[in-house]
Ligand binder design. Sequence first.
Ligand code: CLR
Length: 415
Amino acid sequence: MSEQAGEKSSWTSFLKSLAGFTGDLSAMTAPPFILSPTSLTEFPAYWCERPELFAAIADGKTEQARALAVLKWFIVSRETSLFYRPLYLHGCQSTLKGQYTSRNESMGSEKKPLNPVLGELFYGYWPANAARGGKTTLVVEQVSHHPPITAYRIENLEKGVILTGHSAQKTSFSGGSIIVKQVGHAVLTVSLPSGETEEYLITLPRLRIDGLWYGSPYIELAETNYIQSSTGWLSTIEYKGKGYFSGKSHSFKATLTPPSHIHTSPHVIEGTWHTTSKDSHSSAVFHDVTSPKEEITVAPVEEQGEWESRKLWFGVAKGIREGDFESAATFKGKIENEQRQRRRDESAGGTTWELKHFKHVEHDPVYERLGKLFKANPPTEDGYVYLGNDDHCQPIEHRLDILDWMSVDQSTFLI
Ligand code: CLR
């Protein structure tokens, strides 16, 4: 059988297996050519590949201006996260680019990321410069394996802009598409010159993976998500794919409504999230993603610790990149066995895995407080509080204020 015919038949059996699949897509065995060498712990970096927009939130002079700046940054980060491209090729692998792009062309651009192990870490930063102020740092930890949950923290401390969130996915198969319900939320905080802190609760949209029958899976966003500010401003973002709204793929309509005591008409922003959009107030361009993005800077693999994503998956990723799937499978098997052994040892010893940078809380107070304002469903969600114990960031004494607004007992973190 030729390579292409082989791919075609394994794709067909993959699709057949999807049709009867329930549960967690991370557990599903996909054909090798659809595997990405990048772990899901790297994905939170997409929130910030235009660090200027993240920093610019702090520069908004009014509550309205800041709410618009948050919306703009959010829309742009959709584009980055959903059109993920050369992340598979990070760094020095550019000689292999041909191999990947040719596969991408025949099989479509969407790939199945590596399913992180419990305790996996990913660190990186975007360096400081005049346009974006301070260094922007990222800390990611895989905080659960069954189900997979990833917690993350992005900070530009000089600007006082911080994002904390966690992300999980529930997947199902319906009408020929994979439906991905995102579970989790993010909280963005901005420290104002007045000393006050403004908060934004960000819920996440649904995703659909279309194009499966054609062998070229791609992502479409669906339904609605919200960004609720503690100042009362609320963004409602609706997504439509091909054949609805404007007939274009990747369309969205965002409505920014003022709090009840302010009487101005809402901003309506319409466009496609992978290109540009316009604001009804000014009919000026609202967002534009044609400017270059900046990939996160990550320490070279040789300098990384055992739990850091690119070090941990190095053998598997190399196998996938080079098309040596047997060696990828061997390395993957090793990692999985080691994980199973760890879990067995823990249950035998009556211990549990301890998280490194986050603490799980059953109820996120910010979600509950701000979620009420737009009747969030569900009314409460759990959360992960950042412990502030990473070298890339500030020592813990500087961070008690942050723990304070999360209204979490600080003594928990001072052991
Ligand atoms: C993870 C959280 C990010 C946004 C994001 C983008 C792409 C999503 C990913 C999330 C979760 C995993 C995902 C991926 C696209 C494809 C992949 C849904 C939500 C699935 C598991 C792979 C399916 C395999 C097909 C390509 C056949 O902020």
